[in-house]
Design a protein. Structure first.
Ligand SMILES: Nc1ncnc2c1ncn2[C@@H]1O[C@H](COP(=O)(O)OP(=O)(O)OP(=O)(O)O)[C@@H](O)[C@H]1O
Ligand code: SF4
Ligand SMILES: [Mg+2]
Length: 334
């Protein structure tokens, strides 16, 4: 089946002090119809910038190369009106801050009903009924009150439900979700995530889900792509990643999750500091932090090697397979 979304060798650089600053170093990934792909990585690794190349909302002056194919169309080559149509018909975006997605002077009813009338040409009566149904489906108990409210009268969790209702209304082929629950309090986070997951599955929509939380991605995604310094270092299913990670960074991400049951008093950390894409030189981008780094890691470009249904960017992944299947000793990497 043809993928809904395909990113092929996306490179992005921004002008910086008379030169260029590289932020994405060749991101390639695909999302199948109905599939949820998690894009996981530390702050600054390029997760949001990757999404922005799909929406074509990267910062002014950005130089982007590579191909983005969405529903068979070459997104980067589309003219303004075709791009608007593609965004309206095929895509929906849910970001971290629902307040930014809503007009502060419109009541929820106006926001939803006008959106449905514009996008689907529905009458106000039909659109109002659908808006009410959608709010009930995203778990809003008092639909009347919510419809009558302005954004400032609703909590972040309620607002994110409204944004999800608007996003799924047209059953777009692809949802782009950028840390959709990070700004919410912890209890609300899991409720909102469960609603998003349920709506996506019921409507068979694909999703590219950006998060720094490997556990959350594992719970709601079919596959996970791990991003480091503007490039993907591993793609696998959550089960594969947990039972047998093939990249040292994935192993260390798994080991550095806080655990209530861990017996060790040492909080495991990934050694060193995250490297920005523009700081990467020759050889493996992770070498400076990698406990398994060897002389062969230092030169040339380390490519993403595909093995059956997964992919890894590490020169030593075959040698290390057995070792990476087990948690590291936190004393050794602290
Ligand atoms: N408008 C901008 N101008 C210049 N640099 C930017 C801009 N936006 C992001 N960057 C830089 O691009 C890199 C990737 O940023 P991006 O926002 O994609 O990271 P991220 O993985 O989404 O991180 P976070 O988890 O913090 O949201 C970072 O080094 C960031 O500082
Ligand atoms: S290529 Fe070498 S430095 Fe890079 S992750 Fe693999 S073992 Fe570590
Ligand atoms: Mg981000």
């Amino acid at each position: 089946m043809t993928d809904v979304l395909e990113l092929d060798d996306i490179r992005l650089a921004l002008p910086h002090r008379g030169g260029d600053r590289t932020l994405l170093r060749g991101v390639s990934l695909s999302v199948a119809p109905g599939e949820a792909l998690g894009l996981v990585g530390e702050s600054g690794s390029g997760k949001s910038m990757t999404l922005r190349t799909v929406l074509r909302t990267e910062p002014r002056g950005a130089r982007v190369t590579g191909r983005v194919t969405l529903d068979g169309q070459d997104v980067r080559g589309l003219g303004a009106s075709a791009l608007r149509r593609l965004r309206a018909d095929t895509l929906a975006m849910i970001s971290q801050n629902p307040r930014a997605a809503l007009n502060p002077v419109l009541r929820v009813s106006q926001f939803l009903v006008e959106g449905l009338c514009d996008a689907r040409g529905e009458s106000r009566e039909v659109a109002t009924r659908r808006a009410r149904d959608l709010l009930a489906q995203v778990g809003i108990a008092d639909v009347d009150r919510c419809m009558d409210s302005y954004p400032h009268q609703l909590s972040g969790g309620m607002l994110q439900r409204v944004v999800i209702a608007a996003a799924v209304a047209g059953s777009p082929r692809l949802l782009l979700a950028d840390e959709p629950t990070t700004a919410l309090d912890v209890t609300t986070q899991s409720e909102v995530m469960a609603i998003l997951d349920e709506q996506r599955r019921e409507r068979g929509m694909a999703m590219l889900f950006v998060t720094h939380d490997l556990e959350l991605a594992s719970a709601v995604c079919d596959r996970i792509a791990v991003l480091y310094a503007g490039e993907i270092v591993e793609i696998a299913t959550p089960d594969q990643l947990h039972s047998a990670p093939r990249h040292p960074y994935t192993r260390l991400l798994l080991d550095s999750r806080p655990s209530l049951t861990a017996r060790t008093p040492v909080l495991p950390v990934i050694p060193g500091r995250p490297v920005a894409a523009y700081e990467v030189g020759d050889g493996c981008a992770f070498a400076a932090r990698c406990p398994w780094s060897a002389p062969q890691c230092a030169d040339g470009e380390v490519t993403l090697a595909h093995h059956a249904d997964r992919a890894v960017r590490c020169r030593r992944s075959d040698d290390l397979a057995g070792e990476l299947a087990h948690a590291t000793d936190p004393e050794a990497t602290a």
